[in-house]
Design a protein around this ligand. Structure first.
Ligand SMILES: C[S@@+](CC[C@H](N)C(=O)[O-])C[C@H]1O[C@@H](n2cnc3c(N)ncnc32)[C@H](O)[C@@H]1O
Length: 379
């Protein structure tokens, strides 16, 4: 097993967090083609466990011991990894004395700090939103023996959201246009927003659209409205257009713009006003760290200030384009007060917005991500 331990050490020594861990591992395995699928699975498991757990242990605990202890915390079932770790002779009963989280976080109201920290030990599930006949999809999944659960929404209503057993690929089972991969919490953010609407919007703007997860859901749920999307990255706007086409939603007006820059926005938008503006801002992503534990590992508290310096200008600039009586949604996939409540309070100081609703979307019980949403009405 020495070769296995050597690979683990080499991965931990060379990975610096620039690439997503899954991508880094794919490249690493390409460089070592002799590693079989069992080795690759166990190496991935070991490194993910390490990044999920390192922050919970004192610096004096060495890397392999972190993985051996983390194996129990993360409830891993990888038998090959268990065998490789056997020589470290660490059992579940030795876990507790080592356990001590080493960073302090200010968690948003409505979420238990301890529950959130412990949720980082487990990989969340895969969620899809069904766009066509749910019965057909159910029959198809059953036929292929894929376990799934039809989910309720935040208000307890049955939805078209399904939790799919992790590790099973559904890529070739369902028609591409019939479903969207989207986390349960991300879907809820839009349902919570729709619940605040008094009437359907005529003109809406998705300020940080990314590849359009929120916009596609809005377009699927609401009758026709005029949608503008924007993002600072041209490549992601291109992806959005491809997805809109794939889902039969047509072409959408898109703007490549830095929304933190008031002048750049004015140049692009002129005097347009919107009844609905959605700001799903860049953030630490702490609500999704259970999927990307490497971000948890490489996180530094100073990063929060950098995000705040982006979040407030973006949402504050965007708020100027909301019509009187229109709605502004501020959304993050963060669980930190600095990126959630603090930005909301700063925004309220403008005196032009009324806070209608604020909510941390706790996805932990559903093995989903956590998100935050605040909905404002323009005075
Ligand atoms: C949380 S993601 C959006 C996810 C998207 N709304 C969805 O549901 O799929 C944040 C997006 O903000 C974009 N962004 C970052 N800084 C920006 C800026 N200054 N102006 C506009 N967009 C920005 C990023 O490129 C990223 O696509």
């Amino acid at each position: 097993m020495t070769f296995f331990i050597q690979h683990v050490q080499r991965i931990l020594d060379t990975y610096e967090g620039q690439l997503p861990l899954s991508l880094f591992l794919r490249q690493y395995f390409k460089a070592y083609p002799k590693l079989g699928s069992r080795d690759r699975r166990a190496l991935s498991e070991a490194t993910f466990i390490y990044f999920r757990c390192r922050n919970f242990f004192d610096g004096s605990v060495n890397n392999m011991h972190v993985i051996a202890l983390g194996y129990h915390l993360c409830k891993s079932k990888n038998a090959f990894l268990a065998k490789a770790l056997h020589e470290f002779n660490i059992t579940e009963s030795t876990v507790k004395p080592f356990f001590q989280p080493n960073i302090t976080f200010n968690i948003s109201q409505g979420l238990s700090s301890e529950e959130w920290l412990h949720s980082l030990w487990q990989q969340p599930q895969l969620f899809i939103r069904i766009r066509k006949s749910i019965n057909e999809v159910v029959a198809n999944l059953k036929q292929h023996e894929i376990d799934f659960e039809v989910m309720n929404d935040w208000y307890g209503n049955v939805t078209d959201c399904m939790k799919i057993q992790t590790g099973k690929s559904i890529d070739n089972l369902l028609n591409e246009a019939d479903y969207v991969v989207q986390d349960w919490s991300s879907q809820q953010s839009i349902y919570i927003l729709l619940n605040q609407l008094k009437s359907n919007p005529v003109k809406a703007w998705d300020v940080c659209s990314g590849a359009g997860g929120k916009s596609i859901l809005l377009k699927d749920k609401l009758p026709a409205f005029d949608l503008t999307v924007s993002d600072i990255r041209a490549s992601i706007l291109h992806n959005l257009q491809t997805r809109f086409k794939q889902y039969g939603l047509g072409k959408v007006k898109s703007l490549e713009v830095n929304s933190a820059d008031a002048n750049a926005l004015r140049e692009k938008l002129g005097d347009q006003m919107f009844d609905l503006v959605v700001c799903d801002v860049p953030c630490s992503g702490s609500g999704t760290w259970a999927r990307t534990p490497e971000q948890f590992h490489f996180y530094k508290p100073a990063m929060l200030q950098k995000f705040k310096e982006l979040q407030f200008p973006i949402v504050s600039n965007a708020s100027k384009y909301v019509k009187q009586g229109g709605l502004l949604a501020y959304i993050t996939c963060s669980v930190f007060q600095e990126e959630n409540e603090d930005v909301v309070n700063q925004l309220l100081q403008s005196g032009t917005l009324d806070l209608k609703h604020t909510q941390i979307i706790d996805g932990i019980g559903n093995q989903a991500d956590c998100m935050f949403i605040a909905v404002f009405e323009k005075q």
